[in-house]
Ligand binder design. Structure first.
Ligand code: GLN
Length: 240
């Protein structure tokens, strides 16, 4: 590991990481490597404190019980909160949006305190939302539609300090009737999209990378297979 190695934190993959969400860290490492940057994935498991010194953090989805274990750990070892306060980019998928909020209510009706990186709260929707989803981004730095797979019972309400990641084109998204999907607050990005999200949405991967290394632009990568995957998944989302 050189001094300029970009360190990607894969946070609690032992309890959070449904539908291959751990792949988001792999995509970040690969896209950095293709631009000539040394990059490594640092797995932060339940038996260790959360370091605050990494360059990017990713968290995956989880079912309710695993999600509670993760929440407790992040409250006990607030390295993620300190890193985000210093501007480190963070990607939070599905359950991780809920954990990063002020509180969330599980499907069983238990209210659990979160780590308040997002000004959001989550309560169960009437029905679980499952299926392909696509959105039109509404944040700076993203111009292309995003696409993923959602499976969640929670519906997330944004407070005044949080913004949506995009407007839902097809699917449910945050599920509280405002037409929004995902959350953005400072350098922290959340989405209900699995996929993994960064494999399907390279523009979001590069936005996180640019924030991590302090670049305004990155050398474009010509990956026709990624474009083909996007076309297929966007068409699948449109079909419903
Ligand atoms: N347990 C949460 C919910 O159902 C998150 C699910 C997930 O991350 N796939 O809302």
């Amino acid at each position: 590991m050189g001094e300029s190695t970009v360190r990607i934190g894969l946070v609690l993959p032992d309890v959070m990481g449904t539908y291959g969400d751990g792949g988001n860290a792999v995509i970040l490492r690969r896209r950095l490597a293709m631009r000539g940057y040394d990059a490594e994935i640092v797995e932060i498991t339940l038996d260790m404190p959360v370091p605050e010194s990494l360059d990017i953090y990713t968290l995956g989805g989880a079912e309710d019980y695993a999600q509670r274990l993760a929440t407790r750990h992040l409250l006990t070892y607030p390295g993620l909160q300190k890193a985000a306060a210093n501007g480190a980019p963070v990607l939070a998928i599905c359950a991780a949006i809920q954990v990063l909020g002020h509180w969330y209510e599980t499907s069983a009706g238990e209210k659990v305190e979160g780590i308040s990186l997002f000004d959001v709260t989550t309560s169960p929707q009437e029905k679980r939302s499952i299926g392909e989803i696509s959105i039109e981004p509404i944040v700076e730095g993203l111009t292309e539609p995003l696409v993923g797979f959602e499976n969640h019972r929670g519906g997330t309400t944004l407070g005044p300090d949080a913004r949506g990641l995009g407007r839902v084109l097809h699917g449910t998204g945050n599920g509280v009737g405002d037409g929004l999907e995902g959350v953005v607050q400072g350098s922290v990005y959340g989405t209900y999209m699995h996929g993994p999200a960064l494999a399907r949405n390279p523009q979001l991967a590069d936005l996180l990378i640019m924030r991590a290394i302090g670049a305004d632009s990155l050398e474009p990568l010509n990956l026709p297979e990624v474009e083909q995957l996007r076309r297929e998944r966007l068409a699948a989302a449109a079909k419903g």
